[in-house]
Design a protein around this ligand. Structure first.
Ligand code: NBG
Length: 808
C-alpha cells in the first residue's frame, strides 16, 4: 500500500469510526467512554469480517469442499479484536488513525474480555488450529459450548488462590452472532420403544426432557486472505423460554427450577485440567454439544446434497478432541439410522469414515469412564447403540482371535459397570493420534496397546503446534519487525523460512538489535509485575519462567524447591557468583485440587521470604502472577529467557508453552518429555538444556519399584535442608507444608521430584553459566527461533490434512 492509498484508507476509517461511536454510544467521540470506543471499533471490524464470512460460506457451498469440524469441550480463543484487525490487514491504518484521533489503542484493547472457555493446552490448541486452518484457507470449523462463565478468575489473597466467577459476557460480546433459527432440541432421559413401521424396525424416544440448544457463531478470520471459518458455540435454554402456564398455576418454584436446570448445562466450564470430573452435568454437557453440532452438520450437508446423506463420510470430517465428544460415534449412528433410515452397516461405514480422534493425555485419572446406569438413564438410545457397537466389535475380535477372553475383556467398551470413552472413540474412528512423538509411542506401546495390535493402521502421530500469528507476530511486534527487515516477510506465511536466520547466527549487529528487543520486552513485563504486585524485578536478570496449569506432574514443586535451595546458598555465601535471576510463575489450580493449591501457597511463601530479604535483593526475585490467561501469556512469552518444561518424563503429552517460548527466543530447560524431545532434536543439544529421568526409567520404576525417596533424602544434605524448611516455620509463622513433605517422603515422591533434584540443580547451573556468556546465550536464542518453524500449528494442520483427513 503506498502512502496516498494509506492516507485514503485512514480517512475513510476515521469517518466510519466516528459515525459508529455516535451510533453505539449516542455521544460524540470526545464524550465517549473507552468501553464505547472499544464497542464501536469491534462493530466496525466485525462488519468487515462478516462480509467476507458470507462470501466464504457461499464458496464452500458452491464447491462442496470437504469440511472439517473440531468437536471440543474447550476453545480457549483469547481476545479477538487485535487479531481480526491484523488479519484483515488494517493494523497500520487502525493504529495510526486512532493515534491521530487522540485515542489510546492499548486501553481500547484492554476493554475486551478474554473468553476463558478452556482450562489450558487442550482448549488453546483448538484455537491455534482454527487460526491455522483459516490462515491456510482450509475449511475447518469449531463446535463447542458457549459457557456463560468461563474458567474462574484467580486472585492471590494472603498467598493463596481464591476463585472468582468469570462473567465474561457482562458487557455483551461483539464477535458472536446468535442464530435462534438454527436451534436444535436435545433430548435427555425418557424411554425407547421400537415399532415396525412399513417393515422397518424404528426406534422412538418418548417422555424425554427436551432442552433447546441455541448456536452462537464466531467468525475465524484467516491471516491476509479471504477465508473466514466458523466457531459455533451452543447455549442451553429451556424450550420456549420460561414456563408461564406453570408459573401462572402457582407452581412458581417448579417453573423457575426447570429454567435454571436447562441453563445449567452451558452455565460453567468444568475447571479441571486433565482430571476427570464424574458429574452428571458433565455428561449432559458432552452430549449437548455433540447432539446439537452433528444435527446441524447433517442438515447443512443434506441441504447442499439434494436432501441426501450420500457421500457424507467422504465429505465431512468430525474430529474428536480428546474423549469429551466421544458420543459423536453413537450419536451419528443414531441420526443416520433413526432419522435418515440407513442400515446399521451403511451408517457404520459412514461414521467410521467421518470420525477421527486425538488423545491428549495418558494420566489414568483423565481417561473418562461413565457408570452404565447413568448413561443408560440419561441417554437411553445412545447407550443402546454403544452396547450394539461393543457387541459387534467383540464379535469381530472373537472371529480374529478366537477364545481370547482376556483380550476381549480388556478391549471391551463396556466393562466393570462402566462405559470407557477412549475405547469408544478408538472403535468408532478411522484414525487415532497422539500429540507428540513420545506420546504417540506410549499410546501404541502402553495405554492403547491392545487396540494398536488390532488396528495398527489407525494409529498416527501429529505433533502439536502453536499459532505464530498470535504468539509471535501479534504479541512480539518488535521481533516481527526485526525478522522482516532481516530475512524478508516470507516467514509470515511459512514459518520454516525462519531457518534463514542462520545467516545472522554470528552477526554482532543483529545480536545487538535482538538483545535490545528482548530487553524492551522484559522491561514491559517488569512494569506489569510492579504495577500488579508491587515487586520490582531487574530487567537484566534472567527471566526464568514457568507458566501452565499447576499440577504435580508438571513439577512446579521441583522449581520451587530449587529456588529455596538457591536462596539457602545465597544466604551462606552472599558473594556467590551467579547472574541475577527472577523466577516467574503463573497458573491456576483446579479448585478442588488441594495439593496443587498448596504448591501455589508454597511458591508465594517462598516469594514473600525472598523478596523481603535485603541480603539477596540484587540476585534473586520470585514472582507469582495471578490469573494466567491468554492475554497475560502474550506479555510473558516475548520476555522470557528460560522456558521451564520440567514434567516427569512420560506424563506431559506434548506441552505447547514450550513452543511459544521457543518462538520468542527462550531456551528450554526441560526433561525429555512430550514435544521437548522434538524441540531438542530440532535445535540440537547445544541449544537446549535437558536433564532428568527418561520416560523409560520412570515407567520402569513405576512398574517394578526400586525407587525410595527416603534414600535420596538421607544422602543429600541440600534436600534435607529444604525439606525441613517446609515444616519448621522458616517460610512464615504458622506456615507448614506438611502435605508436600509427606508426599515427597511418606508417599515416596510419586512424580520423582527428589530423584531429579540433583540433575535439575546441575542443569540450572548450566543455565547460569551459559547466560553469563552473552554471545553464547544470544546465539542459542536465535537458533531456537530459527528452528521453530516445525512448531507452527500451520505445520500440524498440514499433517492432519495429509495423513488423517486426506484433504488435497
Ligand atoms: C493436554 C496435555 C498437554 C498438551 C495439550 C494439547 C489435556 C487433557 N491435555 O501436554 O496435558 O500439550 O493437551 O494437546 O488437557
Amino acid at each position: 500500500m503506498n502512502s496516498s492509498e494509506k492516507q485514503k484508507r485512514k480517512e475513510a476509517f476515521k469517518a466510519d469510526y466516528i459515525n459508529k461511536i455516535e451510533e453505539v454510544s449516542g455521544n460524540c467521540l470526545k464524550e465517549s467512554s473507552v468501553l464505547k470506543q472499544y464497542q464501536a471499533l469491534a462493530e466496525l471490524v466485525m462488519d468487515k469480517v462478516t462480509t467476507q464470512w458470507a462470501r466464504t460460506n457461499t464458496l464452500y457451498n458452491k464447491h462442496q469442499t470437504k469440511q472439517v469440524y473440531f468437536f471440543s469441550i474447550e476453545f480457549l480463543i483469547g481476545r479477538l479484536l487485535k487479531s481480526y484487525i491484523n488479519n484483515i490487514d488494517m493494523e497500520d491504518v487502525v493504529t495510526e488513525s486512532l493515534a491521530e484521533l487522540g485515542l489510546d489503542y492499548a486501553a481500547i484493547q484492554e476493554q475486551e474480555s478474554d473468553p476463558g472457555l478452556g482450562n489450558g493446552g487442550l482448549g488453546r490448541l483448538m484455537a491455534c488450529y482454527l487460526d491455522s486452518s483459516a490462515a491456510m484457507g482450509m475449511p475447518a470449523h469449531g463446535n463447542g459450548i458457549r459457557y456463560k462463565y468461563g474458567l474462574f478468575e484467580q486472585r492471590i489473597i494472603n498467598g493463596e488462590q481464591v476463585e472468582v466467577a468469570d462473567n465474561w459476557l457482562k458487557n455483551g460480546y461483539p464477535f458472536e452472532i446468535r442464530k435462534p433459527d438454527k436451534s436444535v432440541i436435545v433430548k435427555y432421559y425418557g424411554s425407547i420403544h421400537s415399532e415396525n413401521i412399513n417393515g422397518n424396525l424404528t426406534f422412538i424416544h418418548e417422555d424425554y426432557e427436551p432442552i433447546m440448544a441455541v448456536p452462537y457463531d464466531i467468525p475465524i478470520k484467516g491471516y491476509h486472505n479471504e477465508t473466514v471459518n466458523s466457531l459455533r458455540l451452543w447455549s442451553a435454554e429451556p424450550i420456549d423460554g420460561f414456563d408461564l402456564p406453570t408459573f401462572n398455576q402457582g407452581q412458581f418454584l417448579y417453573a423457575v427450577r426447570q429454567k435454571s436446570e436447562a441453563e445449567a448445562i452451558s452455565q460453567i466450564l468444568y475447571p479441571n485440567d486433565s482430571g476427570f470430573d464424574g458429574k452428571l452435568l458433565r455428561l449432559k454437557q458432552e452430549y449437548f454439544f455433540v447432539c446439537a453440532g452433528l444435527k446441524r452438520i447433517v442438515s447443512h450437508y443434506k441441504r447442499n446434497n439434494s436432501n441426501s446423506v450420500d457421500g457424507f463420510g467422504e465429505k465431512i470430517c468430525i474430529h474428536i478432541n480428546d474423549t469429551h465428544p466421544a458420543m459423536c460415534g453413537p450419536e451419528l449412528m443414531r441420526i443416520l439410522m433413526d432419522e435418515e433410515g440407513l442400515s446399521w452397516n451403511d451408517a457404520w461405514k459412514m461414521t467410521l469414515s467421518a470420525l477421527s480422534f486425538t488423545n491428549h493425555t495418558v494420566l489414568p485419572e483423565a481417561l473418562e469412564k461413565w457408570p452404565i446406569d447413568m448413561m443408560n438413564k440419561l441417554l437411553p438410545r445412545i447407550y443402546m447403540i454403544v452396547e450394539e457397537i461393543n457387541r459387534r466389535f467383540i464379535e469381530e475380535l472373537d472371529a480374529c482371535y478366537p477364545n481370547n477372553m482376556e483380550r476381549n475383556h480388556s478391549l471391551s467398551i463396556i466393562k466393570d459397570g462402566q462405559v470407557h470413552m477412549a475405547s469408544l472413540s478408538i472403535v468408532t474412528s478411522h484414525s487415532v493420534n497422539g500429540v507428540a512423538s513420545l506420546h504417540s509411542k506410549i499410546l501404541r506401546e502402553e495405554t492403547f496397546n491392545g487396540f494398536y495390535q488390532v488396528f495398527p493402521e489407525r494409529f498416527h502421530s501429529v505433533t502439536n503446534g502453536v499459532s505464530p500469528r498470535r504468539f509471535l507476530m501479534h504479541s512480539n511486534p518488535k521481533l516481527k519487525n526485526l525478522l522482516n527487515e532481516s530475512i524478508g516477510t516470507e516467514w509470515e506465511k511459512n514459518l520454516f523460512q525462519l531457518k534463514k536466520l542462520s545467516n545472522y547466527i554470528n552477526d554482532p549487529v543483529f545480536y545487538e538489535k535482538f538483545n535490545a528487543i528482548k530487553l524492551a520486552n522484559k522491561v514491559y513485563l517488569a512494569d506489569y509485575i510492579t504495577k500488579h504486585i508491587g515487586i520490582s524485578v531487574d530487567p537484566t536478570s534472567i527471566f526464568d519462567i514457568q507458566v501452565k496449569r499447576i499440577h504435580e506432574y508438571k513439577r512446579q514443586l521441583l522449581n520451587a524447591l530449587h529456588v529455596l535451595y538457591l536462596y539457602n546458598r545465597l544466604k551462606e555465601n552472599p558473594n556467590l557468583e551467579m547472574a541475577p535471576r527472577s523466577f516467574i510463575f503463573a497458573g491456576k489450580a483446579a479448585p478442588g485440587y488441594y495439593f496443587a493449591k498448596d504448591i501455589i501457597k508454597l511458591i508465594n511463601a517462598i516469594a514473600y521470604m525472598v523478596n523481603n530479604d535485603k541480603a539477596v535483593q540484587d540476585k534473586l526475585k520470585v514472582v507469582f502472577l495471578a490469573n494466567f490467561n491468554v492475554s497475560l501469556a502474550e506479555i510473558i512469552y516475548p520476555s522470557a529467557n528460560v522456558s521451564e518444561q520440567i514434567s516427569t518424563a512420560g506424563k506431559e503429552a506434548s506441552g505447547t508453552s514450550n513452543m511459544k517460548f521457543m518462538m520468542n527466543g527462550a531456551i528450554t530447560l526441560g526433561t525429555m518429555d512430550g514435544a521437548n524431545i522434538e524441540i531438542s532434536e530440532a535445535v540440537g543439544p547445544t541449544n537446549i538444556v535437558t536433564f532428568g529421568l527418561t520416560s523409560d526409567e520412570v515407567s520402569h520404576y513405576q512398574k517394578y519399584g526400586g525407587y525410595h525417596s527416603v534414600d535420596i533424602f538421607e544422602q543429600d544434605p541440600r534436600i534435607q535442608e529444604v525439606m525441613h524448611q517446609l515444616v519448621d516455620g522458616t517460610l512464615g509463622f504458622g506456615l507448614n507444608f506438611q502435605s508436600i513433605y509427606d508426599s515427597l517422603l511418606l508417599y515416596n515422591d510419586p512424580y520423582f521430584v527428589l530423584k531429579d533434584f540433583n540433575a535439575y540443580t546441575d542443569a540450572q547451573n548450566r543455565i547460569d553459566q551459559l547466560f553469563r556468556n552473552n554471545k553464547t546465550w544470544t546465539k542459542m536464542s536465535i537458533s531456537n527461533i530459527a528452528q521453530s518453524g516445525m512448531f507452527s500449528s500451520d505445520r500440524s494442520i498440514a499433517d492432519y490434512q495429509r495423513e488423517i483427513w486426506k484433504i488435497k
